[in-house]
Design a protein around this ligand. Structure first.
Ligand code: PLP
Length: 280
């Protein structure tokens, strides 16, 4: 298969970057993953807006205006123009002699490729998750390629045969290692407010909008560790995660949340989400 690297489409095995690329050496870069339902972009503008936000936050100058057309070429070259797929893109600072400061006037490294994604049937799946301390930095709103803390967190649940690691910081449940989290209690849905403690999930934002459209009460208010016992239902959201019900949560070796039924509220949200992605 092919990848787009710095202006050229290359066979994967021929695409090479310098060992001095700051993305490789320092994790100095940002990325995005954007979904395509049957070849049709879903929330592409929002993903590109977040990409630009992240570029701005890390002080990286890169013109993203070509990306909107390139994503379709990526799908085509991967033979995914009529499939469920996603496009990965990352921009790293580029190659420069190793320094602690960020050098000026270096050429960013841009990588993009499409890959197949399973976007059908999410409403029939569920996750078992682990609750674990959030050891990431203080700018989780930046979608950085410095992913060590996320992958270390995710590995903890993976090793236990679970699907995701949910993080807490100072007694507050923030988000998953690669997903946002929502809690249903009575007639209300809660999710962590926007800010540097979480990634501003595109699916999170879309689901908040769906709740408003459907007249479901949604509150951007964090849930504390101590409140987990009072929660009725949990779900996670993400670009390829979509809206995933959580049926068990493990914390310090014990099951602290268990639920096998699905409320009308969650059913409504999932089917509204599905409908929107079918009508692209
Ligand atoms: N939170 C984190 C830490 C993530 O890595 C992701 C996705 O990769 C999400 C949340 C979900 O964000 P989105 O809905 O934009 O995919």
């Amino acid at each position: 298969s092919e990848v787009y690297l710095n202006g050229s489409w290359l066979k994967t095995e021929e695409a090479k970057i310098s060992v001095f690329d700051r993305g490789f050496m320092h994790g100095d870069g940002i990325y995005e993953v954007t979904p395509f339902y049957n070849g049709m972009a879903f929330l592409l503008e929002d993903h590109l807006e977040r990409l630009n936000y992240c570029l701005e936050q890390i002080g990286l100058n890169f013109d993203t205006s070509e990306i909107k057309n390139l994503v379709y070429e990526a799908l085509e070259r991967a033979g995914l123009s009529n499939s469920d797929a996603a496009v990965y893109m990352q921009i790293s600072r580029g190659m420069a002699p190793r320094t602690h400061f960020i050098p000026n006037d270096i050429q960013p490294t841009f990588l993009m490729y499409a890959f197949p994604a399973t976007l059908e049937g999410f409403e029939n799946k569920s996750w078992k998750v682990l609750l674990s301390k959030d050891l990431r930095w203080h700018r989780c709103d930046i979608k950085t390629t410095s992913w060590l803390a996320n992958t270390m967190a995710n590995s903890k649940s993976h090793e236990l045969g679970l699907n995701e690691t949910i993080l807490y910081r100072d007694q507050v449940i923030t988000e998953g290692s690669h997903s946002s989290i929502f809690f249903i209690k009575g007639n209300s849905i809660y999710t962590h407010p926007e800010g540097p403690a979480i990634l501003l999930g595109i699916t999170r934002k879309f689901v908040i909008g769906l709740c408003r459209e459907l007249g479901i009460e949604i509150r951007e208010k964090p849930v504390l560790l101590s409140e987990i016992g009072n929660i009725d239902e949990i779900f996670c959201t993400g670009t390829t995660t979509q809206i995933m019900q959580v049926n068990e949560m493990i914390f310090e070796g014990k099951s602290v949340f268990k639920n096998c039924r699905k409320s009308e509220t969650l059913k409504k949200l999932q089917s509204a989400f599905k409908e929107k992605t079918l009508k692209l």
